[in-house]
Design a protein around this ligand. Structure first.
Ligand code: ADP
Length: 681
């Protein structure tokens, strides 16, 4: 507007100047003046034109600016200018772009589409001529046609050999509509070679990281198992209170460290994709009860209550991955205890039978600190904690729930949470299971039938002779000591070759076989043992730091009778040995070894004396938990030493304590006391 006003003023000025000059010339009739007047007039006219031109250019630029900021559709630009701009834009895209009409004929392509794929205007893509006049494969051409017919976007990836290089392209087909009718499709083809390479590199780096973590975790576990084993032995022999206290601290720290290492190992195996779901026959009631038993001490210490309800319709045995279920429940139940200060924990198991598959839903509720809503989605991510401040009150790695979620998904189940801050949380685990119609089982026996004492408890006692085969001398020493403490006779071999030699010279009732050893590994040794007729039923328990189900299968395939993954606790090892020994026939040369009897029995009697006095105290003070725990210990150790009557009497006390029946407890305790006195201890 300002410019236009200036124009009028300028024009007026020109007119006034021209008129004045003309009048001046007319009146003066001087040649110089005339020339001067004409020059001035001309200069004014030129200025006017420059101003007008400037105005036009400004208007045009303003229009272009508005169009480029998308406020004005490009169609409002002058036709040729819009076309030029569109072509420029399409050619500058880092993608090949072409447009086909409804008959799959190319009606437009940018420069890259021609340069890379040789696409030309007028070219028709038909499935019959796939790979001939264009690099597209039949399924891609079908995709383009389908996109036009169905009006739906589609995309596909293709690896091509272009100009001496292997490239991967991502083709995206977008249908084009006009007035609601499909006009054709625009195809964008992007070179994603670098992207794919970066992804592969990242995956390889992640794989290497996980492999490293898995290896290092294995390496860390081996010495740690030694430490924990040694601590367990020390604890048994500790005399003074401060010793016991310090040993307990070492043990607790070691257990925590082991748990962290195990979590890291599980996560790395999961991320490497080598974890798999292995359903086995499982009694879920037992799994739950065992876990809840292991949290009793922590619950007691905090004064928390615990409630458990198991659907009575739950079959005794179902097929489910026992180890993974245990790992999931352990983590969630331990968390519930950790994050709850008052109130308690409720555990409920519902069973939903189905024709295709049956389901169990386990819910674990607590009355703890709860989780804010905005954090609920995050807690299943690795290394995530609601409070991750340096001053946080709850220790942890933030790996547990991530692992649980991964494990549940691997088992084709679901894991979710409901939570309210300061009110509590409920975790739900839903898993498919398969019902197993169980065969009636014989009652499990404690101890070895060969050790049944009749009149004199010491007569006929033949210690089980176990050969420990392990190249790690520390492990050898610890395991041998554990075995000796439990009343077994133990010898050690450093590898498979030594093991076979020792078998030629002595009789062994059982072999504990490390599977990774130099010279001859456990797999080859076990296969060789099995190939000898007289050792076909000799129990061989495989011990390996590799806890995958594949490792277990490999051990069982080469003839091992059982398998214990490292790390194991002394009780776990002894349980497994007991299980294996209960299945074998008695050895023919059951000669009593008086030396060993002399060595072992006094020590056992000492500890039995101590336990029985503690039990006496607990019975008198009606401390049911203590009664249960001490009688449980006596049951196990007496069974191992072959004192079966003592063992079964202690089992009755444990049972009575479980049912809180003081009368039965004191009856059975009198019997136990009599048996103990009969020993002459
Ligand atoms: P962590 O080793 O830290 O316990 P988890 O992965 O098991 O790792 O849990 C991640 C986080 O989820 C915890 O740090 C805690 O903030 C939160 N969380 C888990 N369980 C509970 C619960 N029962 N109550 C409150 N918060 C919980």
């Amino acid at each position: 507007m300002a410019l236009k006003r200036t124009n009028y003023i300028m024009m007026l000025l020109v007119l006034i100047t021209v008129t004045t000059n003309y009048l001046a010339v007319y009146s003066l009739h001087r040649m110089e003046t005339l020339v001067l007047v004409y020059i001035t007039t001309l200069a004014l006219v030129i200025s006017l034109f420059v101003i007008l031109l400037h105005q036009q250019v400004q208007e045009l630029l303003a229009k272009l600016n508005t169009a480029s900021s998308s406020n004005v559709p490009y169609s409002t630009l002058p036709g040729p200018l819009a076309d030029i701009m569109l072509v420029e834009v399409l050619n500058s895209l880092p993608e090949c772009v072409f447009i086909i009409d409804c008959h799959s004929q190319v009606i437009y392509h940018n420069e890259d589409a021609y340069r890379v794929f040789g696409i030309q205007k007028g070219q028709i893509f038909t499935e019959e001529t796939a790979n001939q006049d264009s690099p597209f494969e039949k399924n891609q051409l079908t995709g383009m046609r389908q996109a036009i017919i169905n009006g739906r976007q589609c995309q596909d990836q293709q690896t091509l050999y272009i100009n001496g290089e292997t490239k991967t392209y991502l083709h995206r087909v977008n249908p084009i509509y006009k007035s609601g009718h499909i006009q054709g499709a625009v195809v964008y083809s992007s070179d994603i070679t670098t992207l794919i390479k970066s992804r592969k590199d990242a995956q390889a780096a992640n794989m290497a990281k996980n492999q490293f973590l898995a290896n290092i975790s294995h390496e860390l576990r081996t010495p740690l198992i030694g430490i924990l084993g040694a601590v367990e032995l020390l604890e048994r022999n500790a005399v003074y209170g401060f010793e016991t206290e310090n040993i307990r601290i070492i043990n607790d720290c070691g257990e925590q460290l082991l748990e962290i290492i195990n979590k890291i190992l599980s996560v790395s195996m999961m991320e490497m994709g080598i974890a798999e779901c292995r359903p086995v026959e499982c009694n879920i009631r037992n799994v739950l009860e065992q876990i809840l038993r292991s949290v009793y001490p922590a619950l007691n210490e905090k004064g928390l209550s615990i409630g458990i309800h198991i659907d009575p319709d739950l079959p005794d045995y179902v097929a489910v991955d026992h180890d993974k279920l245990q790992q999931i429940l352990l983590n969630i139940i331990f968390n519930a205890v950790k994050f709850t200060q008052k109130g308690g924990i409720q555990c409920q198991l519902d069973y939903t039978p189905g024709s295709a598959s049956s389901w169990i839903t386990i819910s674990i509720s607590d009355t703890g600190i709860g989780i804010p809503e905005d954090q609920l989605g995050k807690i299943f991510s690795p290394f995530t904690q609601v409070d991750n401040s340096a001053s946080r009150s709850y220790p942890g790695t933030g790996l547990g729930l991530y692992l649980c979620k991964e494990l549940v998904e691997l088992m084709n189940g679901e894991l979710w949470i409901e939570s309210k801050p300061h009110q509590g949380s409920t975790f739900y685990i839903k898993l498919p299971v398969e019902e197993i119609i169980a065969q009636p089982r014989p009652e499990s026996k404690t101890g070895n039938p060969r050790y049944n004492m009749v009149d004199n408890l010491l007569l006929g006692f033949t210690p089980v002779n176990i050969l420990v085969v392990d190249d790690n001398q520390l492990t050898q020493r610890i395991v041998c000591q554990i075995l000796q403490k439990y009343g077994f006779q133990a010898a050690a071999a450093g590898n498979g070759v030594e093991c076979l030699e020792m078998l030629q010279n002595s009789n062994y009732d059982l072999i504990l076989m490390d599977m990774q050893m130099p010279l001859m590994d456990g797999y080859e040794t076990t296969t060789k043992i099995r190939s000898q007729h007289n050792y076909s039923s000799l129990p061989v328990i495989a011990i390996t730091a590799n806890s995958t189900s594949d490792a277990r299968e490999k051990c069982m395939n080469c003839g091992c009778s059982a398998y214990i993954p490292k790390p194991f606790k002394a009780e776990e090892l002894i349980d497994e040995i007991n299980r294996c020994l209960n299945d074998i026939p008695a050895r023919s040369d059951t000669t009593a070894d008086n030396d060993i009897i002399c060595n072992l029995i006094p020590e056992f009697l000492d500890s039995l004396c101590e336990s029985i006095h503690e039990l006496d105290e607990a019975v008198k003070s009606n401390n049911i938990q203590e009664v249960k725990s001490i009688s449980h210990d006596i049951k196990g150790s007496a069974g191992l030493y072959g004192f079966h009557e003592i063992s079964s009497t202690a089992a009755r006390i444990e049972q009575a304590a479980g049912k809180n029946e003081p009368h039965d407890i004191s009856n059975s305790f009198s019997q136990l006391w009599d048996l103990y006195k009969k020993l002459g201890a």
